[in-house]
Design a binder for this molecule. Structure first.
Ligand SMILES: *Cc1c(COP(=O)(O)O)cnc(C)c1O
Length: 383
C-alpha cells in the first residue's frame, strides 16, 4: 500500500459557505460592500473592538490602502522587517518609499524592537511590524518609540487574526492593521483581506480610496445626490461572493482556531524531547502573547540539515516549506539599498527554518507520520 501524500497546506472549506455563495449568486449580487461583506466587517469590528473594518480583495491591497491613507510619498522611509513577505514592503514601495529593513529577534523572528530607534530618521513615515506566525511583536516598545516620533504604526497581521498581545488583539494596536484571507491563512476565501481602522479619522477617506477615489459611500448613505471623483484611489473592494465564503468561516472561528491549537500542541508535545536532545528550536511564544496558531516551524542546526530534511520528507510524500529569504538580500531589496550582512539574525535563521504541514483538516495520524519521519531523519543524520 502506498502512503498518501501530505500536502503543506489545504485551504479550509466550510460546508455552509456553499449555501451563502448560492444566496449571493441567486440574488443577482456579488459586487463589493454587499450583504456578506457587511456581515464580515461587522463581525470583525465587534469581535476585535475596532471602529471600522473594510474588506479588501487581498492582504496586499489592505497594505496598499494603508500606504495611500498615510500619504506615503517618494523619498519617504518606512521601517519594515526584513523577515517578511514581499507585500509588506511593496505596498509602500509602490508609493515611492524606501524600505528600511530591520533585523529579526532570534526568539520569535519578529522585528527586533531594540534596533528601531536607531533606524528612525526625519524621513520615516511608518513602522510596519509583522506578527510572525501570529505571535505578537513587542508592541509596547514599538508603539512607545513610534509615538515619541509621531510615526504611525501599521500592523501587518496576515498571520495573527485573533492572536493577542497583553490581552489586546493583534492588528488593533497600531493606527491601521492589515489582515489576509489568502488560501494559506487560518481563515481564507481564496484571495481576500481586510483593513482594520483603529482610529476613526481614517474611516471616511479609506472608504473613498478603496472605491476608486469616489464618494460613492456618501451617495449610498443618501448624503449626496450623485457620486463623483474626489480623491486618488483604486478598486480594493472584495467581491461579496468571496465575502460569503469568508463569513461562513468567521461564524466558525472558534472551532477552527481550537482545532489549529490542537494541531500546534500535538507537534509541540511530540517534538519537544527530540528537539531538546538535538539542539533544535521549536517556536517560542513569550508569556505576554496568545498566538493565533498560524504555523509550526523548526529552527534547525544548519542549512544543510534543513535541505536534507526537506528532501527526506518529500521522499516520504510529505511537503514542508521554508520561509522568507530576507528582503534586504533579495534582488529588489538590494536595488532599494539593502545589503547582505545588514540583518545577520534573519539571514542566518531564514536558512535554517522549516515549516511543517499545517491546516485545519490535517489528521492526527498524518502528524504522527510527519513527526516520526523527522525524528528518523535526524537519527540517521546524527549517525
Ligand atoms: C499573506 C501575507 C501577506 C499578503 O496577503 P495576500 O492576501 O496574499 O495579499 C502580507 N504579509 C504577510 C506577512 C503575509 O503572510
Amino acid at each position: 500500500m502506498t502512503k498518501k501524500d501530505i500536502p503543506f497546506n489545504k485551504p479550509l472549506h466550510i460546508e455552509k459557505s456553499l449555501e451563502y455563495v448560492r444566496q449571493v449568486l441567486t440574488s443577482g449580487d456579488g459586487i463589493g460592500d454587499g450583504y456578506f461583506s457587511k456581515q464580515c466587517q461587522g463581525l470583525l469590528a465587534q469581535e476585535l473592538g475596532v471602529p471600522e473594518v473594510l474588506l479588501t480583495a487581498s492582504g496586499t491591497h489592505a497594505l496598499e490602502l494603508a500606504a495611500l491613507l498615510l500619504n506615503i510619498q517618494p523619498g519617504d522611509e518606512v521601517i519594515i522587517p526584513t523577515y517578511t513577505f514581499v507585500s509588506t514592503a511593496n505596498a509602500f514601495v509602490l508609493r515611492g518609499a524606501r524600505p528600511v529593513f530591520i533585523d529579526a529577534r532570534p526568539d520569535t523572528l519578529n522585528m527586533d524592537e531594540a534596533q528601531l530607534e536607531r533606524l528612525i530618521s526625519k524621513r520615516t513615515k511608518a513602522v510596519v511590524p509583522v506578527h510572525y506566525a501570529g505571535v505578537g511583536c513587542e508592541m509596547d516598545t514599538i508603539l512607545k518609540i513610534a509615538g515619541e516620533h509621531g510615526i504611525p504604526v501599521v500592523e501587518d497581521n496576515a498571520h495573527g487574526l485573533f492572536g493577542r498581545y497583553r490581552g489586546r488583539y493583534l492588528g488593533t494596536m497600531g493606527q491601521l492593521g492589515a489582515q489576509s484571507f489568502h488560501g494559506t491563512k487560518n481563515l481564507s476565501c481564496g484571495e481576500g483581506g481586510a483593513l482594520l481602522i483603529n482610529e476613526p479619522q481614517y474611516s471616511e477617506r479609506a472608504m473613498m480610496l478603496r472605491d476608486k477615489g469616489t464618494n460613492r459611500i456618501k451617495f449610498l448613505k443618501g448624503e449626496v445626490a450623485a457620486y463623483t471623483w474626489v480623491d486618488v484611489g483604486s478598486s480594493y473592494l472584495a467581491s461579496d461572493i468571496l465575502a460569503a465564503v469568508l463569513y461562513a468561516q468567521l461564524e466558525n472561528r472558534d472551532r477552527i482556531q481550537n482545532r489549529r491549537k490542537e494541531i500546534w500542541n500535538f507537534y509541540a508535545e511530540n517534538l519537544r524531547d527530540w528537539a531538546e536532545e538535538s539542539g533544535i528550536r521549536l517556536p517560542s511564544v513569550p508569556e505576554e502573547c496568545e498566538q493565533s496558531f498560524h504555523m509550526f516551524y523548526l529552527v534547525l542546526p544548519s542549512h544543510e540539515f534543513r535541505e536534507g530534511l526537506i528532501r527526506h520528507l518529500k521522499s516520504q510524500g510529505i511537503t514542508s516549506a521554508f520561509h522568507y529569504p530576507p528582503l534586504n538580500v533579495s534582488e529588489m531589496g538590494q536595488r532599494l539599498g539593502g545589503r547582505p550582512g545588514d540583518c545577520p539574525v534573519a539571514e542566518d535563521l531564514s536558512r535554517r527554518t522549516l515549516r511543517l504541514p499545517f491546516y485545519y483538516d490535517l489528521q492526527q495520524e498524518d502528524q504522527v507520520r510527519i513527526i516520526s519521519e523527522i525524528i528518523k531523519f535526524s537519527r540517521v543524520t546524527a549517525g
